[in-house]
Design a protein around this ligand. Structure first.
Ligand code: PLP
Length: 291
């Protein structure tokens, strides 16, 4: 079951609504144009994980898209209302808290903003154990596009995820679990719903690498939290540019995201890659400790 709470100036704690019946105007530009932004956070053990980071990224996405958001306090209040209604109605071990803000109906004074809480997908949990096969797919632009074309809203978490979902369907139709996007100049970008991490051992030194944000990828909150924990544990950190060969040569590669957490990659384009169980256990412990 899904709990739905709209942000509404007349209801300071948010307005509970029925998620099983239609609630949005067909004129809302979030629907007609995919013009809006969102966040997905993990709710586990009575905590919305990395809430500060999600609220901060929502604000950056809004800024990038010229959207005016309600005050952060209104989001916090709506989230609190939503998770307590969820706990009362249908508690589950893991749930997804989704924050959505659209541009609203054409000509409207304000956008439409809501919070949902839904049971976490079982697939995410399964992938943490078994690992993934991925395909490298062309994202169709080069790694310098973000600076050249700010109107592409690179780095914002917009509602326009149809391409990301199409890439995942393409992978599934071709027998793979997931995707790593590659730029037209052969630079590693991100997954359709995840950030890429790779680890390299050099003697006693452990290095953790992720693609540079200059490529226009989404700044991952999970990657940020893992990097902070890894730094505290003495790992060296690095930020791309990374090439596909760096993935093939790494000691371990993962896809990370708020809901899936940390999923190791078993193969890329059908070629098995290395997996280091010790590094995986160490990073998994860091991920489990993220609050
Ligand atoms: N990159 C993209 C395109 C995503 O959609 C996501 C999450 O959904 C991520 C990266 C990972 O971000 P986070 O770790 O904040 O969930």
């Amino acid at each position: 079951m899904t709990v739905l709470v709209f942000l509404d100036p007349q209801f300071p704690a948010g307005r509970l609504a029925d998620a099983t019946v239609p609630q949005l105007s067909v004129l809302d530009q979030g629907v007609t144009r995919g013009d809006g932004i969102f966040e997905s956070a993990l709710y586990k053990g009575a905590v919305v994980r990395k809430l500060e980071a999600h609220l901060a990224r929502l604000a950056v996405s809004a800024d990038t898209c010229d959207l005016t958001l309600p005050e952060t306090a209104a989001w916090r209040a709506a989230i609190a209302t939503a998770v307590s209604a969820y706990d009362a109605a249908a508690p589950s071990e893991e749930a997804v808290v989704k924050l959505v803000a659209t541009r609203g109906a054409e000509g409207a004074q304000a956008g439409t903003c809501w919070v949902t809480v839904s049971p976490g997908p079982a697939l995410g949990r399964a992938q943490r154990e078994a690992g993934l096969s991925v395909l490298l797919l062309d994202r169709g632009y080069d790694s310098a596009v973000a600076e050249r074309a700010p109107w592409l809203l690179m780095g914002a978490k917009t509602l326009s995820y149809a391409v990301n979902m199409a890439a995942l369907r393409h992978a599934h139709a071709n027998g793979a679990d997931d995707v790593i996007f590659i730029s037209s100049d052969d630079i590693v970008l991100e997954g359709p719903t995840s950030t890429v991490l790779l680890a390299i051992r050099e003697g006693e030194t452990k290095r953790l690498l992720t693609p540079t944000l200059e490529t226009g990828i989404l700044p991952g909150t999970t990657q940020g939290a893992i990097f902070a924990a890894a730094k505290a544990a003495g790992w060296e950190l690095g930020y791309g540019p990374l090439a596909p060969i760096d993935l093939m040569d790494a000691d371990s590669v993962w896809l990370v995201s708020s809901i899936r957490l940390l999923a190791p990659i078993n193969s890329i384009d059908g070629t098995p890659i290395a997996r280091d169980p010790e590094l995986h256990a160490e990073l998994t412990a860091m991920v489990d400790a993220i609050a």
